[in-house]
Design a protein around this ligand. Structure first.
Ligand code: ADP
Ligand code: MG
Length: 254
């Protein structure tokens, strides 16, 4: 068991009168894969976005590798970090979106260089070598010079994963990474994620792919109505769920 890499404690988040997260606790150890399942509107995306501080929490806190996200503690008060500091923290958190979010006007290689070279001013030569290794890893070594529009959805998502890995993040967050793909392209993206799981990448993955969850998850978390209803090893949550809400959800998606 690795040390705790991501800790979410008592997180609440509302949008106006709508309470979307109602006290979420989650703990992910280094090298572990956590898959989050749950019906549409249960707060899964919002939870991922709070981990990245794209959304501020109303109550509770989140830490990555022991560092509070978005805040600094002084005594028992929390002070919000400046934007610069938040951006620095985000460099440790990779995010892969449903709709890829590649820069359309940049080549595949330039997409991978954007964060390390343009934003963080790392040496270009090293970043180019690293980009080549990452593209090799996701099976797209021959696409460095292509533009996103010249690639299939599955290829674009593999580029997005390589791009998320470029800063060697402490954790990778995936928000329904295969939901926008044609069915025949889902497998190639899941295979890349499985490969990352085998090599000990810490990941939190929101998905509806139950078979994939069974195969790669160390922990499956079922969310509904802004809370974690139950969590545990895939065999427990998927094959012997203890809560009626989990059973009802699984009977619909299986
Ligand atoms: P999920 O990813 O599980 O489908 P979300 O976290 O996207 O759920 O959304 C949970 C609820 O919060 C939904 O009712 C959604 O409409 C609402 N919501 C999400 N983001 C916002 C926002 N920025 N402003 C207002 N409502 C939002
Ligand atoms: Mg969502």
């Amino acid at each position: 068991m690795g040390e705790v890499m991501v800790e979410v404690r008592g997180v609440h988040k509302s949008f106006g009168p709508l309470e979307v997260l109602r006290g979420v606790d989650l703990r992910v150890r280094a090298g572990e894969v956590t898959v989050i399942l749950g019906p549409s509107g249960s707060g899964k995306s919002t939870l991922l976005r709070t981990i990245n501080h794209l959304e501020k929490v109303d109550r509770g806190w989140i830490s990555i590798d022991g560092e509070l996200i978005g805040y600094r503690r002084s005594g028992n008060r929390l002070h919000e970090l400046r934007e610069r500091e938040v951006l620095r923290q985000r460099t440790h958190i990779g995010f892969v979106f449903q709709d890829f979010n590649l820069f359309p006007h940049l080549t595949v290689e330039e997409n991978l260089l954007e964060a390390p070279v343009s934003a963080l001013r790392r040496p270009r030569k090293e970043a180019v070598a690293s980009a080549a290794r990452l593209l090799e890893r996701v099976g797209l070594a021959d696409k460095a010079g292509a533009y996103p529009r010249q690639l299939s959805g599955g290829q674009q998502q593999r580029v997005a994963i390589a791009r998320a890995l470029a800063l060697e993040p402490k954790v990778l967050l995936f928000d329904e990474p295969t939901s926008a793909l044609d069915p025949e392209l889902v497998g190639e993206v899941l295979d890349v994620i499985k490969d990352l799981a085998r090599t000990g990448t810490t990941m939190i993955i929101v998905t509806h792919e139950i078979g994939f969850a069974r195969e790669v998850a160390d922990t499956v978390v079922f969310m509904d109505g802004g809370v974690v209803v139950e969590q545990g090893p895939p065999a427990a949550v998927l094959d012997a769920p203890r809560h009626e809400r989990t059973r009802a959800f699984l009977s619909k998606v299986l």
